[in-house]
Design a protein around this ligand. Structure first.
Ligand code: BG6
Length: 510
């Protein structure tokens, strides 16, 4: 494996949850695969005054809990941690960045990291602009082509609406060039999401039917069984629309619907993704009211015990009108997809944990056989992103015996059946790409603005139309009944691994 150039990975927000659960475990897993540079340092930066040893202890605990490879590589924890350092500064204070600069220069001298710095913003979004400006103030943003690089990874949420996203892009561009900015969406780091591209563009079989002539409708679902847990404060500001729809689901849609890129490299790929996002049919009052359903989970007694309502979660207002579920029907106004509905839904506290895309193909023009499927959902291509990562297909075959009775069967490929295949976590893949300087799986500024431009009318509608309903759905149901009506009966079915032990009470909360 080609290793990235020697560098320092500087993580702002190093005392936070993301660093603990995702970033350090992912970097450790890369280390176990000898994928990190020959020489590197991971420098955690945060306000908390913590000793280097205390920081390493905390990171060790995170690795033990969340790394995929730690069980077979326990002996590597200490050597890995010998490459982890910590600096406590007030990240809001400009003069503090001289300390950071000094620290980086001294690491460069000892570890031969050549002035290559990858900054990771794992802080609350309100700090993004300040950190960028402060890096600028001490000249840490400036790279020299062919000599050393400076890159910055920006976590989601990127903006709060279109205006704030445009503003953030503007502010970051005052300091960094676009090629230095890596806007992360961890969905694009998932193996099975990348596989959508390979499945579509490395096979002659699917591309000819991947259009309005053959496809009846497309379903994109990201269902979660968990509630908001301890993230109430963040989630109250975000809701399902900002947390999942504007980014993860929009980007999945772009990969499903895009044209083949001219080359398989960042610019071509990103160009095609943006074109899809720009072709989304704009949302107006009528389409919002007819095609979008918001919901919020309510308490229910289930076969997993009592599950509390969203309004009873920690840091959530008792009369909160934040949605934890959203379902919508959208159209892409271009030659390939005209009039093909895309049904998107996501929610917390649903009956099963699954992310998948189902391509529903049109029926044959004539039904020759008894029992032949003639509905809108006969042949299906199922791209299972998680869990049980894989691809399934459904088609009709002859039932054995006399006559010509047709039975729908499934053909399934499971990633887990590929012997000895380790599926890297999304953060492993994305961190490594940024270390290599490959932005293909990161989000470009025009893409981020295109998704916000699409979502913005919905956010404004919610804000200004108090009679746009928020439905309550009991935990462990598939969201509000109205969302099921959005998609005609027989067009979709999902398994339920959790059920409620009483008659579900669907309500209107706002
Ligand atoms: C995050 C959201 O971006 O994605 C969470 O903030 C959500 O609310 C998570 O639970 C889902 O990611 P995954 O990889 O578990 O599907």
């Amino acid at each position: 494996m080609l290793r990235p150039t020697n560098q320092i990975v500087v993580i702002f927000g190093a005392s936070g949850d993301l660093t603990y659960r995702k970033l350090l475990p992912a970097l450790f897993d890369l280390y176990c695969q000898s994928a990190l540079p020959d020489s590197f340092i991971i420098l955690g930066v945060a306000r908390s005054s913590m000793s280097h040893a205390a920081f390493c202890d905390k990171m060790k605990e995170g690795i033990e809990h969340f790394s995929n490879l730690v069980k077979k590589n326990e002996s590597l924890i200490e050597p890995f941690l010998s490459r982890v350092d910590y600096l406590s500064i007030d990240t809001a204070g400009k003069t503090e960045y001289f300390k950071l600069k000094e620290k980086l220069l001294s690491i460069d001298k000892v570890y031969n990291t050549g002035g290559n710095y990858l900054f990771y913003l794992a802080t609350p979004p309100s700090m993004y602009e300040t950190i960028a400006q402060n890096l600028h103030a001490v000249d840490l943003h400036q790279e020299e082509a062919g000599k050393y690089f400076r890159r910055i990874i920006v976590e989601k949420p990127f903006g709060y609406d279109l205006a704030s996203a445009v503003d953030l892009n503007k502010k970051l561009h005052l300091v960094f060039s676009e090629h230095q900015i890596y806007r992360i969406d961890h969905y694009l780091g998932k193996e099975t999401v990348q596989n959508i591209l390979v499945f579509r563009f490395s096979n002659g079989l699917f591309e000819p039917i991947w259009n309005r002539n053959f496809i009846h409708h497309v379903e994109i679902t990201a269902a979660e069984t968990l509630g908001v847990g301890s993230r109430g404060r963040y989630y109250e500001q975000a809701g399902a629309i900002r947390d999942m729809l504007q980014n993860h689901l929009m980007h999945l849609l772009a990969l499903i619907a895009m044209e083949p890129p001219v080359l398989f490299e960042a610019q071509s790929l990103q160009n095609e993704m943006v074109k899809v996002l720009q072709a989304l049919r704009p949302l107006d009052k009528e389409s919002i009211e007819n095609n979008i359903i918001r919901g919020q989970y309510t308490g229910a007694r289930t076969n997993r015990g009592f599950l509390a309502a969203y309004r009873e979660e920690k840091d959530v207002a008792p009369d909160s009108t934040t949605e934890t579920f959203v379902a919508m029907k959208v159209f892409i106004d271009n030659w390939r997809w005209a009039d093909v509905p895309f049904y998107i839904r996501t929610g917390k506290r649903l009956p099963s944990q699954l992310t998948e895309v189902i391509i529903h193909l049109k029926a044959t023009p004539q039904a020759l056989f008894k029992g032949q499927c003639t509905g809108p959902s006969c042949n299906k291509i199922i791209l299972r992103i998680q869990p049980e990562e894989g691809i399934g297909m459904q088609f009709g075959l002859k039932s054995p015996g006399s006559g010509y009775n047709v039975k729908q069967v499934q053909m399934d490929f499971k990633y887990s059946e590929l012997a000895n295949t380790y599926i890297p976590s999304a953060y492993e893949r994305l961190l490594l790409d940024a270390m290599h300087g490959d932005p293909a799986l990161y989000i470009r500024s025009d893409a981020v603005e295109a998704t916000w431009k699409f979502i913005d009318p919905l956010l404004k509608h919610i804000q200004t139309n108090k009679d746009f309903k928020l439905y309550g759905y009991p935990s462990c149901t598939w969201g509000p009944e109205e969302a099921n009506q959005l998609i005609p009966e027989g067009w979709s079915e999902y398994p339920a691994y959790c059920s409620i032990e009483e008659e579900p009470k669907f309500t209107v909360l706002g």
